[in-house]
Design a protein around this ligand. Sequence first.
Ligand code: FAD
Length: 499
Amino acid sequence: MTSQDTSSKTPIIVWFRQDLRLVDQPALHQAARTGRPVIPVYIWAPHEEGAWAPGAASRWWLHHSLQALGASLDAENSSLIIRQGDSLAVLQDLIEETGASAVFWNRRYEPAIIARDMEIKATLAEAEIEAKSFNSALLYEPGTILNKAGTPFKVYTPFYKTILRGSPPAEPLPAPKKIPAPKTVPQSLELDALELLPTLDWAAGFDEAWTPGEAGADAMLESFMSGEMINYVPGRNFPAKRGTSRMSPHLHFGEISPRTVWYRVKEHISVDSRPGIIEQGEQYLRQLVWREFAYQLMFHFPHTPEQPLRDQFLHFPWRKDPKQLKAWQRGMTGYPIVDAGMRELWHTGWMHNRVRMIVGSFLVKHQLITWEEGASWFWDTLVDADLANNTLGWQWIGGCGADAAPYFRIFNPMTQGEKFDGAGDYVRKWIPELTTLPIPFLFSPWEAPTETLRAAGIVLGSTYPLPVVDHKAGRERALNALSESKELALQAQGDSSAG
Ligand code: FAD
């Protein structure tokens, strides 16, 4: 009998990663159906993620999500083994300790992780350990949705239409009926030993906003489908109201699969009698497909988390300005809609999509600070920090990515505020020092008459900052930088053809 003989009763290790759930968990499902003992393991190995080890907010989420997964496995008479170290070494130790002859996992697509996993697969195969991976994170495996020329899409709408014309996503798998336990359960670290929770009391607001874990994901989707989904398209742009699903961290950590979301929404709209629900549900799924688009871009263009997709932006004359960067990070730019967004992020680990675009535009255009600084701050502070989506979002706003907003389109933070936070509820919620400032000035306090400011208890430059950059001057500087980048790109082209 070889160690790859599937009829054997040797255990299978199921390596949990960003798939912290039991439903539609292909690696777990396939392992459990063999009837062989299953050893679920989570390995904390942030040093293997290249430049993108999970940030502080992600670690907070991960702690709670692992706790929830552990409880779900306990309820099935199974047990989550937590270890830390080099993934390969930990797997080899576990194989040695348990006599396991197979390791199953679900694929991740970050460039550093693809490289690591390929190496692990090859090493295990050499040792005659069966190493099998599955798709569980996406509706479609990257590389399977291509244009007629057989190359990756760089524009969203044809990508989406191709998906609609093709086969529907695979149906989700049920949770295993039984997860056979090994005779001896290997030792596990206590979750606290990973030290994932922040030491300073920064995440208190996260507890109020979120319930990490599979049950939390399920409840969030259910409440969205029966509630806000009916008004998704008109409602999704207004940050003061809850208009979107807030599924992003749950999807990132794989507490629910996109296939489950897809089929649950389809089922819901087929029975919900509210007029318009079908169209709204389909529009929601269209948005979910942006996530697929982001992943296929990262897969085909693995340099993009660090470099712009469009070469012209390699030569963009970004400014280095640590003081201004800090003002942006702390929500102290003097532009209320920008500051409200940055403070929402700090307090809840999340920011509304419309406001992500506004604060992003302000950083890369008004402040002329590179999108990479923005991406890196988001990486540390978002509970949904996701390499594919964050890269797409920042390159979209920086004008340097696929299907991006042209750089010369510069969001006006005052009119964005007036349009999408007309009553000022969002700004007032996150910037208490402006609560009593009346609407005409709420998005541009520096224009308020002295009397109005005094009545509202505001001293600009003291209780609330003056603008870090003048809107018009910032706009002009950004447009000049764009022209300069074009010249620099031409020069670089000339230099390289001369050389
Ligand atoms: P909903 O509107 O309810 O959408 C449902 C799901 O569809 C989302 O959970 C998400 O998985 C997907 N989705 C929606 N919009 C997008 C989009 N534009 N791009 C990719 N997927 C999308 N999203 C992240 O998940 N992680 C990030 O790190 C991230 N960084 C971003 C950075 C910038 C600068 C910008 C402009 C956007 C970023 N986004 C990111 C995309 C988007 O803002 C969030 O996915 C969305 O706000 C999450 O809220 P929701 O779940 O309520 O969205």
